[in-house]
Design a protein. Sequence first.
Lengths: 257, 179
Amino acid sequence: MDLTDLGQLLGLVVTTGVFGLALLALARGLWRQLPLFTTYLCLVVVVDVVRDAVLARAGVSSAAYAWTYWRSQELLVVARATVLADLCRAALGRYLGVWQLARLLLLGGACTLLVLADVRTVGTRGITSYFLYVERELEIAIVATLLLLLLVSRYYGVELGPPLGGIIFGLVFYSSIVVLNTTIRMGPLPLSWQVFSYVGVVAYLVALGIWAYALRRPLAEPARLVLAGAEQFAEAGAAVDQRMRELNARLLQLMRR
Amino acid sequence: MTELFLYGALALLLLAGAIRLLLHSGARTASSSAWRGRPAEFFPVHSRYFPQMRWVFSADDAEFLSARCSPVLLRRWKADRRRAARLYLHALREDFARLNRLARLLARHSRRLEPKQQAQVVWLNLQFQALWRLALLQVILGLPAAGELGRMTELVGTLGGRLEKAAITLDASSAALTP
């Protein structure tokens, strides 16, 4: 099997995989929890179909295919970036205070990373190199923002459910491999376009596998928060308040000795 | 080549960090009862013994005993003192961790968080961790650490004070989830 056959085989597997995953996500009702991620999966299916259609009509080395490929690639990176908002909201949205604070942190972090990415890509010559650089910087911004989300979740003890954790891991994995792959492609050890493309496709296949594994079981209904009654709250609140006062009085006493 | 190493290391570090955090999150989900503990589990218990322990961390007893005990006995006493000091340091850290957990639990269920206050709690945490490590090093080296211990007890008190304020200002509608 030569590289062209391998490319066709990988393309077929990815298209089938994405289609299957989109169906699985729809069957599991994932749009209720992660509407943008579900839309992203459907978008990938559409993009794949369009790319294949252009490829079949115009050929792999045509300008039309190159234009379609890079434009859709941009669209997919932007779609993946919007998935971040979806994941952050799904992870922290239930906790109003934390979500309010995390929005500031995540938005600030993402904007800083995007500005840095913009600064880094200024002066890049050649449209392909420019796309690669932009893609790499955006992927770094995606991974760093997801890491920040994980840190905030860990700090406040917010549990990420099985689909959320798996989806985050899949995104982080794919984006990290893209960063590595692009860096090697643009660096002193240039990969051929074919190998570069295959590494990306295989990484995407692994990410699809991780997402499929995360969606293997039906999604659990969002846990209903059990609210204490006003009376119970008043009792518990007063008890905590009293304990805190006692503790502080004791500590003050100890420090004065 | 520099860029290759820089970006390669960055990508691998970010990936490793995410895996670690996700694994940690999974492990905690399994033992999440620790996070939902009873209110009594959040209050410090060891810091009350600070006056007694202050002597263990000071240099006064060592000077007194070195003039009156045999070297063998003095060595044994020092070793026991170091062991007691280490145990107390761990206990004090546990106290701080309990309060810290309570602070985060209250924050998690609050309707509004003040970024400044949250930053202060993080800063207190960092200060405590740094002091704790310094005190542990001093204990291991056999140096007096009463100053660090006093400062750490103060930090436990400061965090307790903040939590008391937070508990008072919680209004019934916003904190109906408070344990």
